[in-house]
Design a protein. Structure first.
Length: 231
């Protein structure tokens, strides 16, 4: 991950990156993004960018495996989260969705994952402890709740589905208050230019629209140029 691209990705919102991927691909229809409204614990923070460290959890019912197996798997989970080339993001599927009750993401796990070097988390599950979780580790979650239920790790390192966004371990993601997207590996080399193209094309309309005396005639003048610049 080139530092200039990483810095740029952190400075722009997820809809901009979503548009830029379509510019890089030369067509509309990119669909590797989350669906529905999600909860973001730091809505004003820079975007979360990193390579996915994946796992699945459950909390509606007690685990059926022996407790020593469950405890060992949780430590294996932490080892897996601490691995991989950075930057990294925890991407955790709660298999109980849409009936999730287990607040895997709370004060303790946010502190632990942040301490292990991850940049944030994306989940279809529950976040809690909103008033006391550490800053600097944004969590994009499916819901807010008070309980941890019978939460336990089910699987580690496999493909996951987060609110309709399917991805595999080590795929690159971008997330903010709008949701999360997977950045296809084939567009990374041209993504910086694509983002700059999106920003420039939108400025064709935004600058006149925000200027004094904007009216329908001025819009007619710039809209054709804007349409020609869009993907």
């Amino acid at each position: 991950m080139p530092k200039d691209l990483l810095d740029l990705l952190r400075s722009v919102d997820t809809p901009t990156v979503c548009n830029a991927i379509e510019v890089a691909q030369g067509k509309r229809g990119f669909n590797r993004f989350t669906r529905g409204t999600m909860v973001h614990t730091e809505p004003g923070a820079p975007a979360t960018v990193g390579f996915a460290r994946t796992a699945k959890i459950s909390g509606l019912a007690p685990p059926t495996e022996p407790q020593d197996v469950i405890r060992a798997r949780r430590m294996d989970y932490f080892r897996a989260m601490a691995g991989g080339d950075g930057p990294t993001v925890a991407v955790i599927e709660d298999v109980d969705f849409p009936n999730c009750i287990a607040g895997w993401w709370g004060e303790v796990h946010v502190a632990v994952h942040k301490g292990l070097g991850l940049n944030g988390a994306v989940t279809n599950g529950v976040v809690r402890d909103l008033d006391v979780i550490d800053d600097g580790f944004p969590v994009l979650a499916g819901s807010i709740g008070p309980s941890h239920g019978y939460v336990h790790v089910v699987e580690i390192g496999m493909p996951v589905n987060i609110m309709g966004m399917r991805l595999a371990e080590n795929e690159l993601i971008h997330a903010d208050r709008h949701g999360a997207i997977v950045i296809p590996s084939e567009v990374v080399s041209t993504l910086k230019t694509a983002i700059e193209t999106v920003v420039a094309s939108e400025a064709i309309v935004l600058a006149p629209a925000r200027a004094p005396n904007f009216d329908i005639k001025k819009l007619e003048q710039v809209w054709a140029e804007f349409e020609a610049a869009r993907t």
